[in-house]
Design a binder for this molecule. Structure first.
Ligand code: PLP
Length: 373
């Protein structure tokens, strides 16, 4: 049975070139980057070359990139340090953020008594920017944390606009760019953001490697204490091969960005069209969504909701009901709960997410699989 992977917003297959690169680094550059001998120096070179290459691709300075084990860690660090060390007394966020953000904010509220405001979500899944402006009129040291591309429905935030609004109101802006880094262009020299975060496994890199971008001039305090690694901000011997894999994955993503984006966009359009032809009552969750994410409300009965993923899985087809941590659970997604009516929430919604490795045959198999349910 051919297995079909349509869950690329959860994670992506690693590119072969990335695996090859990591193997070379593991074989040759196994020194500890903190050691002063040649083994250490060559590992340190891998680390710093990777940092420079990532910074160049994103249009920032190498010193602004801090390696972490993933985006969750980066977000935890930034939000916690902003409250503890930068005097942030209020966080503005939305109810459709990833749990990496929502649960960190919840912790900060409980632990430090910070104020938390949720910006309204429009029925199409977009952030209500005028409500954000209204919230920002209050004079209190604020950090805004809003995601770029929503991982469940694919709605896209106008980061430039929101960033400029934050600047006008002297608020810090943390943007969860996990679903967009490696999939669209960034110029961080121009973009009005203070922090972004990324995980390599979302763009065909290894799991266990990510980074935080912290704008020059913002002084956070360490997340982990110990050695001097990552300027003492994230102590612990660096995962050199993971970082090399992260940098390689990013280089390859940007090298072929235009052609892969074009290919994936057409695949998504084909999938949407086929779904509409075969299930005329289907509804798309979210509007103007990102090119690799399609979230659809299927016109199936409530009883079929719990069985749908299982049935597709039996046929070797992987899609998702929402974020990965909720796969297999029948609890409605916290994102869909914000935009769907109760009635629709009981019906099955599917997140289909694509990569350049997918083909039209994959989509045809998914449609056949759904028809058989
Ligand atoms: N933010 C978004 C938008 C995500 O999609 C994810 C992963 O699903 C994360 C944060 C967390 O990433 P990681 O689990 O790699 O730390």
């Amino acid at each position: 049975m051919k297995k079909i992977y349509l869950d690329n917003a959860a994670t992506t297959p690693i590119r072969q070139e990335v695996i090859d690169e990591m193997i070379v680094v593991m074989q040759n550059d196994y020194g500890n980057p903190s050691s002063t001998h040649s083994f250490g120096r060559s590992a340190k070179t891998v680390l710093e070359t990777s940092r420079k290459s990532i910074a160049k691709l994103l249009g920032c300075n190498a010193q602004e990139i801090i390696f972490t084990s993933n985006a969750t860690e980066a977000t935890n660090w930034i939000l916690k340090s902003a409250v503890r060390d930068l005097g942030v007394k209020r966080i503005i966020t939305s109810k459709i953020e990833h749990h990496a953000t929502l649960y960190t904010v919840r912790f900060l509220k409980k632990q430090y008594g910070i104020e938390v405001d949720f910006v309204n979500i429009l029925p199409n899944g977009a952030i209500d920017v005028s409500h954000l402006v209204q919230l920002l009129s209050k004079d209190v040291k604020t950090l805004v944390t809003l995601m770029h591309v929503n991982n469940e429905i694919g709605t896209v935030l106008d980061v430039d606009k929101v960033g400029r609004i934050c600047q006008q109101h002297h608020a810090l802006f943390h943007c969860d760019t996990v679903q967009s880094v490696g999939k669209m262009e960034f110029n961080l020299h121009e973009l009005p953001v203070d922090f972004i975060v990324a995980s390599a496994h979302k763009f065909h890199g290894p799991k266990g490697a990510g980074f935080a971008y912290v704008k020059k001039g913002i002084i956070l305090q360490p997340f982990l204490y110990g050695g001097e690694q990552e300027k003492g901000l994230r102590a612990g011997t660096e995962a050199v091969h993971q970082v090399a894999g992260l940098a390689k994955a990013m280089e390859l993503s940007y090298k072929d960005l235009n052609s892969e984006r074009d290919y994936i966009s057409k695949l998504k359009a084909y999938c949407e069209n086929q779904l509409k032809v075969n299930f005329p009552d289907i509804k798309i969750n979210g509007i103007d969504t990102f090119y690799n994410i399609l979230n659809v409300l299927l016109p199936f009965s409530e009883e079929k909701t719990a069985m749908i993923l299982f049935n597709l899985d039996m046929k070797g087809i992987a899609v998702s009901r929402g974020s990965a941590c909720q796969s297999g659970s029948v609890k409605p997604s916290h994102v869909l709960a914000e935009i769907l009516h109760d009635e629709d929430l009981k019906k099955p919604s599917l997140r289909i997410s694509f990569s350049h490795y997918n083909t039209r045959e994959d989509i045809d198999a998914l449609i056949d699989g759904l028809k058989g349910i």
